[in-house]
Ligand binder design. Structure first.
Ligand SMILES: [Zn+2]
Length: 259
């Protein structure tokens, strides 16, 4: 068989056997030399990620989100607050002791305080961590230093802004953090958790709502990742969505426990 038709046939077979997400994970594990680490849990665990946690938005907005999560302790297995150490180069955490105190309090109550970039500079085309290794080291060290100055524990989780990091930055991030969160998977030191992020709350945009979230949760196994962005989730409607979805997950877990 000629090479091109053979390649096409191979790709078609792969597409039929694997989902686009499965393919993305396969590509990532193969090119980065990682192993795939599936988790057995049904109904799935719920891991929440709160992105863009920043003193620029204030303590009250953060409390609106954590207030809802706190009401549904049974639904949630893990919450990471992804904090920007120096948002836009203008809001270093150490200059906001009230906000840092709130984070410390949340850490004491089981919330994981992760790091989300350093300044969260750049945009979708020029993300902050699409850089070489030495620049990535410089940014992480500055971020960790800012955590230290603010009296926060050293972060063990990291999410690059726009979910993207260059290959060499990704390798470095894996060597420093227990978990690095991307859109389609979460890296550990030498493995990938093949679970993608789900987000349903973006200002006033219709992202599918409660029905879509319930359907996605019910068709997932292992870990279900729910992502919310500070500010984007802080509308009455979106906070209500969060409350209702967490109630739904609680109900699912209760049912499973009674079986
Ligand atoms: Zn972000």
């Amino acid at each position: 068989m000629r090479l091109l038709p053979a390649l096409f046939l191979l790709l078609l077979t792969a597409l039929l056997v694997l989902s686009w997400h499965g393919l993305a994970v396969l590509y990532h594990t193969e090119t980065q030399g990682l192993r795939r680490m599936d988790v057995k849990a049904s109904p799935p665990m719920l891991w929440i990620e709160v992105h863009d946690v920043s003193p620029a938005y204030g303590t009250a907005e953060l409390e609106e989100i954590t207030g809802v999560i706190d009401r549904h302790g049974k639904a949630v297995d893990r919450v990471v607050l992804f904090v920007i150490p120096n948002h836009a180069g203008a809001t270093p955490l150490s200059s906001y002791p009230g906000f840092a105190r709130e984070l410390k309090d949340l850490a004491g109550r089981g919330y994981i305080i992760g790091m989300h970039g350093y300044e969260h500079s750049g945009d979708l085309r020029t993300p902050e961590f699409m850089v070489n290794r030495s620049r990535a080291i410089e940014l992480v060290e500055k971020g960790v230093e800012e955590f230290r100055r603010a009296g926060l524990p050293e972060p063990t989780c990291f999410a690059p802004p726009s979910w993207r990091a260059s290959e060499e930055a990704a390798r470095y991030l894996r060597s420093v953090f227990q978990h690095t969160y991307y859109l389609l998977y979460i890296d550990t030191g030498n493995a990938t958790l093949p679970y993608r992020s789900h987000e349903y709350t973006w200002y006033r945009l219709n992202m599918g709502g409660l029905r879509a979230a319930e359907r996605d949760y019910d068709s997932s196994k292992g870990i279900f990742r729910l992502t919310v962005h500070m500010e984007a989730v802080n509308t009455e409607e979106n906070l209500l969505f969060l409350d209702r979805f967490l109630s739904y997950v609680e109900g699912r877990k209760d049912e499973a426990a009674q079986r």
